[in-house]
Write a protein that binds this ligand. Sequence first.
Ligand code: BV8
Length: 295
Amino acid sequence: MHHCGTDSPPRKSTMPSPAETLALTPALIARLRACRRAVIFTGAGMSAESGVPTFRDAQTGFWARFKPEDVASPQAFAADPQLVWDWYVHRAEIVRGARPNPGHQAIAALQDRFEALAVITQNVDRLHQQAGSREVLELHGNLFDLKGFEDPDANTPPSMHCALCGGPCAGAGQTITDAAQREFEGLRLAEGAVPACPACGCLLRPAVVWFGEFLDPRVFSRARDLVAQCDLLVCVGASLAVQPAAGLPAAARHHGALVIEINLAPTSLSGQCDAFLQGAAAELLPQLVHLLDSA
Ligand code: BV8
């Protein structure tokens, strides 16, 4: 008769600890835990697990034939407003169906573990704000606001901009009726003809920063200040292919911050940061929170 032995001793959890998962050295963990002012810099890889395709993922279906750089530009909009509008409608519909993933939620949770924490994102999907992040700098604008299109070659003086949509118009003496205000506020990226501003008639476009356009100087100078003052920068899901955003993580390193990178694949930052954590944002960011929680 085979006696089964006493119950086998409870198995030690085989789950690796956050420190093991992240493969961070004790010295680096200690340094991480001492950080007080954090910047989380994110690219499209941050939203990949929310189902939002990155630029570098092959565009699917009808859009496979376009290079984003060739559609996301004022020249492309000037040449064919409806084509560019339709591409953004396609992307806005994907984003509207997306929800923050555990990576976005982990970043929102980190806010309570630092004296100061800001998100600097290249993304235009507002998933960080949906997850509860309070200070989010959108370097490249967002998909949800519209603004008047201005031909890149026109140098309209500031006084000649529409008070409602910011686009070029007759300017001086313009009155914005309540009806025009309400109509403008009801407009968004949706199927159909490219809408015109109800006050000045110029074509409307998504309030994103296109290739060849300047970033909002107030946003970019605030981003540079935060990067200069932080003692921790975590760079998540960014190919660092686009300037001037791509220079920010290395600038944090230059100012002496601890720089940790999370990406599926190495980038130009990987060899010069303090830790390159190869993996998915939605898996590794929650591990970082657990690590800081277990301090
Ligand atoms: C400027 C908003 C001054 C729009 C974007 C020639 C002519 C004109 C300009 C230039 C030129 N040569 C260079 C320039 C400058 C240009 C530039 O950098 N071009 C590149 C192509 C070389 N930059 C500009 O034009 C900027 N303005 O310079 O003004 C000026 C003015 C006039 C003339 C000259 C200069 C403005 C750039 C802003 C462009 N707008 N987005 C929209 O969304 O439609 S950029 C867009 O692409 C994104 O915002 C992002 O920043 C960038 C890269 O996109 P992706 O590759 O998809 O995303 P990401 O980089 O984040 O890559 C995905 C990463 O995630 C990968 O590393 C992957 O491994 C990783 N990943 C994937 N899944 C996961 C993951 N990681 C973790 N977990 C996962 N699950």
